[in-house]
Design a protein. Sequence first.
Length: 368
Amino acid sequence: MAELSPSRRIRRTPFSEGVEAAGVKAYTVYNRMLLPTIFEGTEADYHHLKSAVQVWDVACERQVELRGPEAGRLMQMLTPRDLSGVVPGQCVYVPITDETGGMLNDPLAVKLAEDRWSISVADSDLLLWVKGLSNGFRLDVLIDESDVNLLAVQGPKANTLMARVFGDAVADLKFFRFGHFEFEGREMVVSRSGYSKQGGFEIYVEGTELAMPLWRALFEAGADLDVRAGCPNLIERIEGGLLSYGNDMTDDNTPYECGLEALCKPEFAIGCIGRDALLRVAQTGPVQQIRPLEITGGKVPLCDRAWRLLAGEKRVGQVTSAVWSPDYEVNVAIGMVRMTHWEPGTKLQVETPEGRFDVLVREKFWAR
């Protein structure tokens, strides 16, 4: 594959110096920023993530911040998830939809205060949508992309490493909760969250001044824990059923099609854009939905475009993410499957650049 040409339109992050020193081998572009994708190798990075602890530069998860008296109203307009019970100090995974009920993003939203929310956006221009809604409805809210850069600490030894840097209390954080912790005299927001099933934290680093000092502190404190630079891992995320916006779903899909029906309660999400459209879908149900898929017959190639999912010669869906799993010794995959063929145990085929492979529709993802 051709190299990526750097430019000012593709921004480095405050942690890029550390990422490069750690020997990053590949990047992708995410929210117009660099996101590392490989260090030692996809499988080697996968095994290490499952056994030790990694520090991830995920500054590309840009923060769209809402501040003001109507911040809560605007936040509820964005999502069909009922936010009425969310309290300051809580993080929530939210599907964000347009007027047709199509998915625009699936971020983690953090309620910093009654009049302040921060949204860690997936790869899309959500800022423009939020500004458009606010101006169209003339809401009393200030919206901007805050100068906050995320650093994730993930893996089974994450508790130990974070406690050494931020104090023992950080390990007491509950899942999807955050607290304020001090580093070099400055307070930082730390949440118990992250894009892996291995457990860990995300650190909200304001500005750039403490970015590399924090990076270095984590590596110094974790030397005996085999801490390494890492990144979201394709194998681990598919095993755990972690969806990728722009890959596994787009604005053509509703939350119901994405298996997010538990988070989609339009009947209670008063004011949500797309509420009426989603209520109609809730009545009839989706005609297709994301399913975990097992692909047999040898390792599949890189899935960098949707592959046709077939029942005989009839297209019944598509595979959107797939990779060989060393632990399960099978190709693990995510696909959008028509309701006529989504029952667990259904046998299908997928058409890849290297030919057809047999597919089994599974009931659950591999890792929970």
